[in-house]
Design a protein around this ligand. Sequence first.
Ligand code: FE
Length: 249
Amino acid sequence: MADVLFENEEHKCVFFDDYTEGEMISANQHLIIHKGVGMLLDPGGHKVYSKIFSALPEYTPPSALKYLFLSHQDPDIVASINAWLMVTDADAYLPQIWTTFVAHFGVDATASKRMHGIPDEGRILDLEGCPLKLIPAHFLHSAGNFHVYDPVSKILYSGDLGAALSDYRFVEDFEAHIPHMLGFHQRYMASSTACKLWAKMVRTLDIEMIAPQHGAMFSGKEMVNQFIDWVEGLEVGADHMQSVYQIPK
Ligand code: FE
């Protein structure tokens, strides 16, 4: 089911609530529309593609998609990229270090010309006058990883950071939500240092909502700040898993 997270006369943020099925990990897709031009974030896998493509015209014609954003290289993010490039004129932006890897998902030679690498430092992407910030989130979890900050809606799209296995749309009780996030973050996030650097960086932004690619969203400044504080104090990845580095007996 799709829903609108933010709307004014010229700007709209649409949320596609988990179009996955079967054994797929649940995943959310997001669409930002500014002055009639769109960017689709983390479009997902093959089966999700047909559902999002069907749902899209209620909000924007596929021909009005200008950008496809891929936060990192995982299949639940990028597997349908060739189909999206074939049916739209959109340009895809993904971490520079993953461009030649994502090509293995069967991107046709003509379409690959519209795949662009984002440098490690990130960049601003102009969506019809709306300066979307593609901000570095490397090692959270992927080695090349970006988040999107929308300065109009003040939504930070955080990809896998904040992911949870939960069946509610918004986090109401942060402490009760932690058990749904903790194991995923300890295992999938790569670096405690990156967690601290990310927290310091995003505190400089005016954020009203954090929208992960899996599970519930964090709405309102209080919830947003609780989440940032939680990330800052996490011990994850290799720091958390030192005991497993032993030869199996
Ligand atoms: Fe991922």
